[in-house]
Design a protein around this ligand. Structure first.
Ligand SMILES: [Fe+2]
Length: 308
Protein backbone atom coordinates (compact mmCIF):
# COMPACT_ATOMS: atom_id res chain seq x y z
CA UNK A 1 0.00 0.00 0.00
CA UNK A 2 1.43 3.34 -0.98
CA UNK A 3 -0.78 5.63 1.09
CA UNK A 4 -0.12 5.44 4.81
CA UNK A 5 -0.17 7.88 7.72
CA UNK A 6 -2.68 10.70 7.39
CA UNK A 7 -5.14 9.78 4.62
CA UNK A 8 -7.50 12.71 4.13
CA UNK A 9 -9.65 15.39 5.75
CA UNK A 10 -12.34 13.66 7.79
CA UNK A 11 -14.66 16.05 9.57
CA UNK A 12 -15.06 19.78 10.14
CA UNK A 13 -17.06 20.99 13.13
CA UNK A 14 -18.53 24.37 12.22
CA UNK A 15 -20.28 26.82 14.55
CA UNK A 16 -23.63 28.18 13.42
CA UNK A 17 -25.92 30.79 14.93
CA UNK A 18 -29.33 29.29 14.12
CA UNK A 19 -29.44 25.50 13.87
CA UNK A 20 -32.81 25.19 12.15
CA UNK A 21 -31.89 27.69 9.44
CA UNK A 22 -28.47 26.04 9.05
CA UNK A 23 -29.82 22.49 8.73
CA UNK A 24 -32.16 23.75 5.99
CA UNK A 25 -29.22 25.39 4.19
CA UNK A 26 -26.81 22.45 4.48
CA UNK A 27 -29.44 19.94 3.33
CA UNK A 28 -31.57 21.83 0.79
CA UNK A 29 -28.98 24.19 -0.72
CA UNK A 30 -25.72 22.28 -0.17
CA UNK A 31 -27.45 18.96 -0.73
CA UNK A 32 -25.74 17.21 2.19
CA UNK A 33 -27.42 14.28 3.92
CA UNK A 34 -28.23 14.59 7.62
CA UNK A 35 -26.93 11.44 9.33
CA UNK A 36 -27.63 12.10 12.99
CA UNK A 37 -28.02 14.38 16.01
CA UNK A 38 -26.33 13.89 19.37
CA UNK A 39 -27.36 14.66 22.93
CA UNK A 40 -25.45 17.95 22.89
CA UNK A 41 -27.47 19.17 19.92
CA UNK A 42 -24.82 18.79 17.24
CA UNK A 43 -26.13 17.83 13.79
CA UNK A 44 -24.10 15.52 11.52
CA UNK A 45 -23.93 15.45 7.73
CA UNK A 46 -22.14 13.68 4.90
CA UNK A 47 -22.20 14.20 1.17
CA UNK A 48 -24.23 11.68 -0.82
CA UNK A 49 -21.08 10.01 -2.13
CA UNK A 50 -19.05 9.89 1.09
CA UNK A 51 -19.04 6.49 2.77
CA UNK A 52 -18.15 7.45 6.35
CA UNK A 53 -20.91 8.56 8.71
CA UNK A 54 -20.09 12.27 8.81
CA UNK A 55 -17.83 14.95 7.38
CA UNK A 56 -19.61 18.11 8.53
CA UNK A 57 -20.79 18.64 12.10
CA UNK A 58 -22.73 21.78 13.04
CA UNK A 59 -22.70 23.12 16.59
CA UNK A 60 -24.95 25.97 17.72
CA UNK A 61 -23.02 28.90 19.15
CA UNK A 62 -23.30 32.66 19.48
CA UNK A 63 -20.36 33.14 17.11
CA UNK A 64 -19.58 31.57 13.75
CA UNK A 65 -16.28 29.86 12.92
CA UNK A 66 -14.66 26.47 13.11
CA UNK A 67 -14.31 24.39 16.30
CA UNK A 68 -12.02 21.79 14.80
CA UNK A 69 -10.81 20.14 11.60
CA UNK A 70 -9.98 16.42 11.61
CA UNK A 71 -7.97 14.06 9.45
CA UNK A 72 -8.55 10.33 9.12
CA UNK A 73 -5.41 8.21 9.52
CA UNK A 74 -4.78 4.71 8.21
CA UNK A 75 -5.38 2.68 11.38
CA UNK A 76 -5.14 2.68 15.17
CA UNK A 77 -1.39 1.89 15.13
CA UNK A 78 -0.87 4.98 12.96
CA UNK A 79 -2.92 7.05 15.42
CA UNK A 80 -0.71 5.90 18.31
CA UNK A 81 2.44 6.55 16.29
CA UNK A 82 1.39 10.06 15.30
CA UNK A 83 0.38 10.87 18.88
CA UNK A 84 3.91 9.91 19.98
CA UNK A 85 5.47 11.95 17.20
CA UNK A 86 3.37 15.01 18.07
CA UNK A 87 4.45 14.79 21.71
CA UNK A 88 8.09 14.32 20.68
CA UNK A 89 7.70 17.53 18.63
CA UNK A 90 6.56 19.31 21.80
CA UNK A 91 2.86 19.31 20.99
CA UNK A 92 0.47 18.62 23.88
CA UNK A 93 -2.14 16.07 22.81
CA UNK A 94 -5.48 15.09 24.31
CA UNK A 95 -7.48 11.88 23.83
CA UNK A 96 -11.16 12.29 23.04
CA UNK A 97 -12.94 8.99 23.75
CA UNK A 98 -14.70 6.97 21.07
CA UNK A 99 -18.35 7.89 20.83
CA UNK A 100 -17.94 11.54 21.86
CA UNK A 101 -18.84 12.19 18.24
CA UNK A 102 -21.44 9.93 16.66
CA UNK A 103 -20.04 6.79 15.00
CA UNK A 104 -16.46 8.03 15.45
CA UNK A 105 -13.59 6.29 17.22
CA UNK A 106 -11.03 7.73 19.61
CA UNK A 107 -9.50 11.02 18.49
CA UNK A 108 -6.14 12.65 19.18
CA UNK A 109 -6.69 16.38 19.58
CA UNK A 110 -4.04 19.11 19.53
CA UNK A 111 -3.58 22.80 18.82
CA UNK A 112 -1.69 24.17 15.85
CA UNK A 113 0.74 27.06 16.38
CA UNK A 114 -2.01 29.21 14.78
CA UNK A 115 -4.41 28.21 17.57
CA UNK A 116 -6.64 25.95 15.49
CA UNK A 117 -7.81 22.63 16.91
CA UNK A 118 -6.86 19.64 14.78
CA UNK A 119 -7.89 16.04 15.40
CA UNK A 120 -6.66 12.70 14.10
CA UNK A 121 -8.79 9.56 14.20
CA UNK A 122 -8.68 6.10 12.66
CA UNK A 123 -12.27 4.91 12.85
CA UNK A 124 -15.60 6.23 11.64
CA UNK A 125 -18.51 3.98 10.78
CA UNK A 126 -18.82 3.17 7.09
CA UNK A 127 -22.48 3.80 6.33
CA UNK A 128 -21.93 3.60 2.57
CA UNK A 129 -23.11 5.86 -0.21
CA UNK A 130 -26.27 3.93 -0.94
CA UNK A 131 -24.82 1.95 -3.85
CA UNK A 132 -23.27 -0.94 -1.95
CA UNK A 133 -19.93 -2.66 -2.50
CA UNK A 134 -21.07 -5.26 -5.03
CA UNK A 135 -22.05 -4.34 -8.59
CA UNK A 136 -22.77 -0.68 -7.68
CA UNK A 137 -24.53 1.89 -9.84
CA UNK A 138 -22.80 5.14 -10.73
CA UNK A 139 -23.86 8.32 -8.96
CA UNK A 140 -26.35 10.31 -11.02
CA UNK A 141 -26.78 13.91 -9.98
CA UNK A 142 -30.52 14.18 -9.90
CA UNK A 143 -30.88 15.58 -6.45
CA UNK A 144 -31.96 18.94 -5.14
CA UNK A 145 -29.09 21.03 -3.92
CA UNK A 146 -25.45 21.33 -4.87
CA UNK A 147 -24.58 17.74 -3.85
CA UNK A 148 -20.77 17.86 -3.68
CA UNK A 149 -18.61 14.75 -3.93
CA UNK A 150 -16.80 15.29 -0.65
CA UNK A 151 -15.72 17.69 2.03
CA UNK A 152 -12.28 18.35 0.60
CA UNK A 153 -10.11 20.85 2.48
CA UNK A 154 -10.09 23.99 4.58
CA UNK A 155 -8.20 27.29 4.57
CA UNK A 156 -7.34 28.67 7.99
CA UNK A 157 -6.01 32.07 9.07
CA UNK A 158 -3.56 32.64 11.92
CA UNK A 159 -0.20 34.04 12.97
CA UNK A 160 2.47 31.37 13.08
CA UNK A 161 1.93 29.60 9.76
CA UNK A 162 5.67 28.77 9.72
CA UNK A 163 5.13 26.63 12.84
CA UNK A 164 2.12 25.02 11.15
CA UNK A 165 4.19 24.18 8.07
CA UNK A 166 6.92 22.59 10.16
CA UNK A 167 4.41 20.51 12.13
CA UNK A 168 2.47 19.32 9.08
CA UNK A 169 5.65 18.50 7.13
CA UNK A 170 7.87 17.01 9.83
CA UNK A 171 5.33 15.29 12.06
CA UNK A 172 2.27 14.51 9.94
CA UNK A 173 4.01 13.81 6.62
CA UNK A 174 2.33 16.49 4.52
CA UNK A 175 4.10 18.07 1.54
CA UNK A 176 4.11 21.70 0.45
CA UNK A 177 2.36 22.16 -2.90
CA UNK A 178 2.23 25.95 -3.38
CA UNK A 179 3.15 29.07 -1.43
CA UNK A 180 2.70 32.85 -1.77
CA UNK A 181 5.51 35.13 -0.61
CA UNK A 182 5.07 38.54 1.00
CA UNK A 183 6.68 41.69 -0.45
CA UNK A 184 10.03 40.80 1.17
CA UNK A 185 10.24 37.71 -1.06
CA UNK A 186 11.11 35.61 2.01
CA UNK A 187 8.14 35.37 4.35
CA UNK A 188 5.24 33.10 3.46
CA UNK A 189 1.88 34.88 3.21
CA UNK A 190 0.17 31.56 2.54
CA UNK A 191 0.87 27.86 2.04
CA UNK A 192 -1.05 24.95 0.49
CA UNK A 193 -0.24 21.48 1.84
CA UNK A 194 -1.31 17.95 0.99
CA UNK A 195 -1.21 14.56 2.70
CA UNK A 196 -2.25 12.82 -0.51
CA UNK A 197 -2.00 13.42 -4.26
CA UNK A 198 -4.55 16.26 -4.11
CA UNK A 199 -3.46 19.84 -4.80
CA UNK A 200 -4.32 20.62 -1.18
CA UNK A 201 -5.81 19.06 1.93
CA UNK A 202 -5.28 22.15 4.10
CA UNK A 203 -4.11 25.68 3.42
CA UNK A 204 -3.20 28.61 5.66
CA UNK A 205 -2.80 32.37 5.41
CA UNK A 206 -0.76 34.56 7.77
CA UNK A 207 -3.15 36.77 9.72
CA UNK A 208 -3.12 38.99 12.79
CA UNK A 209 -5.65 36.93 14.71
CA UNK A 210 -5.29 33.22 15.50
CA UNK A 211 -7.86 30.45 15.13
CA UNK A 212 -9.78 31.92 12.21
CA UNK A 213 -11.59 30.12 9.41
CA UNK A 214 -11.42 31.37 5.84
CA UNK A 215 -13.37 28.54 4.23
CA UNK A 216 -14.33 24.88 4.23
CA UNK A 217 -14.39 23.50 0.70
CA UNK A 218 -16.41 20.86 -1.11
CA UNK A 219 -15.42 19.15 -4.34
CA UNK A 220 -17.66 19.02 -7.41
CA UNK A 221 -17.31 16.85 -10.50
CA UNK A 222 -17.01 19.43 -13.27
CA UNK A 223 -16.99 23.10 -14.25
CA UNK A 224 -20.62 22.60 -15.31
CA UNK A 225 -21.44 21.52 -11.78
CA UNK A 226 -19.73 24.68 -10.48
CA UNK A 227 -22.01 26.76 -12.73
CA UNK A 228 -25.02 24.69 -11.61
CA UNK A 229 -24.03 25.41 -8.00
CA UNK A 230 -23.97 29.14 -8.77
CA UNK A 231 -27.48 28.89 -10.24
CA UNK A 232 -28.70 27.10 -7.10
CA UNK A 233 -27.09 29.80 -4.94
CA UNK A 234 -28.83 32.60 -6.81
CA UNK A 235 -32.19 30.81 -6.75
CA UNK A 236 -31.80 30.52 -2.98
CA UNK A 237 -30.39 34.06 -2.55
CA UNK A 238 -27.16 32.75 -1.05
CA UNK A 239 -24.54 35.42 -0.38
CA UNK A 240 -21.74 34.86 -2.94
CA UNK A 241 -18.26 36.22 -2.15
CA UNK A 242 -16.75 35.65 -5.61
CA UNK A 243 -17.13 33.41 -8.63
CA UNK A 244 -17.63 31.27 -10.51
CA UNK A 245 -13.97 31.81 -11.39
CA UNK A 246 -10.63 30.01 -11.32
CA UNK A 247 -7.70 29.97 -8.92
CA UNK A 248 -4.19 30.28 -10.36
CA UNK A 249 -2.99 28.52 -7.23
CA UNK A 250 -4.03 24.82 -7.48
CA UNK A 251 -5.79 25.78 -10.78
CA UNK A 252 -9.20 24.76 -9.45
CA UNK A 253 -12.44 26.42 -10.56
CA UNK A 254 -14.30 27.90 -7.63
CA UNK A 255 -17.13 29.80 -5.96
CA UNK A 256 -16.77 31.32 -2.51
CA UNK A 257 -20.03 31.89 -0.69
CA UNK A 258 -21.39 32.18 2.84
CA UNK A 259 -23.62 29.97 4.95
CA UNK A 260 -26.43 31.71 6.89
CA UNK A 261 -24.07 32.27 9.86
CA UNK A 262 -21.43 33.99 7.72
CA UNK A 263 -19.02 31.05 7.49
CA UNK A 264 -17.34 31.10 4.09
CA UNK A 265 -17.68 27.87 2.10
CA UNK A 266 -16.26 26.94 -1.28
CA UNK A 267 -17.33 24.58 -4.00
CA UNK A 268 -14.63 23.80 -6.53
CA UNK A 269 -13.61 21.47 -9.28
CA UNK A 270 -10.24 20.52 -10.72
CA UNK A 271 -6.71 21.18 -9.65
CA UNK A 272 -3.76 19.03 -10.53
CA UNK A 273 -2.32 15.91 -8.93
CA UNK A 274 0.65 16.42 -6.64
CA UNK A 275 3.30 13.86 -5.70
CA UNK A 276 5.89 14.30 -2.97
CA UNK A 277 8.78 14.47 -5.47
CA UNK A 278 7.32 17.57 -7.18
CA UNK A 279 8.82 20.98 -6.46
CA UNK A 280 6.46 23.35 -4.67
CA UNK A 281 5.23 26.29 -6.76
CA UNK A 282 6.01 29.79 -5.47
CA UNK A 283 3.90 32.87 -6.20
CA UNK A 284 5.39 36.32 -5.76
CA UNK A 285 3.63 39.15 -3.94
CA UNK A 286 3.28 41.02 -7.25
CA UNK A 287 1.26 38.17 -8.81
CA UNK A 288 -0.81 37.15 -5.80
CA UNK A 289 -4.00 38.56 -7.36
CA UNK A 290 -3.64 36.30 -10.40
CA UNK A 291 -2.71 33.43 -8.09
CA UNK A 292 -5.85 33.68 -5.99
CA UNK A 293 -8.32 34.74 -8.71
CA UNK A 294 -6.91 33.92 -12.14
CA UNK A 295 -9.57 35.79 -14.16
CA UNK A 296 -9.95 38.98 -12.09
CA UNK A 297 -6.16 39.06 -11.49
CA UNK A 298 -6.74 40.95 -8.25
CA UNK A 299 -7.87 40.12 -4.73
CA UNK A 300 -11.30 41.24 -3.63
CA UNK A 301 -11.46 43.10 -0.32
CA UNK A 302 -13.19 40.20 1.40
CA UNK A 303 -10.53 37.57 0.68
CA UNK A 304 -8.00 38.90 3.19
CA UNK A 305 -10.35 40.51 5.68
CA UNK A 306 -13.56 38.47 6.12
CA UNK A 307 -12.98 35.42 8.32
CA UNK A 308 -14.98 33.73 11.07
FE1 LIG B 1 -10.19 26.28 -1.16
Amino acid sequence: MAMTGVLRPGHAQIRVLDMEESVKFYTEVMGLVETGRDSSGRVYFKTRQERDHNSVVLRKSDRAGIDLFAFKVLDKATLEDLDQKLQAHGVKTERIPAGEMLETGERVRFQLPTGHTIELYAEKKDVGNGHGYVDPEVEVIEYKGISPIRMDHCLIYGGNIDGNLELFEKVLGFTLVERVKLEDGQTDLATWLTCSTKAHDIAMVRHGEDGKLHHVSFQLESWEQVLRAADIMSRNRVSIDIGPTRHGITQGTTIYFFDPSGNRLEVFCGGYDHYPDMHPITWSWEEVGRGIFYHDRKLNDAFLSVVT
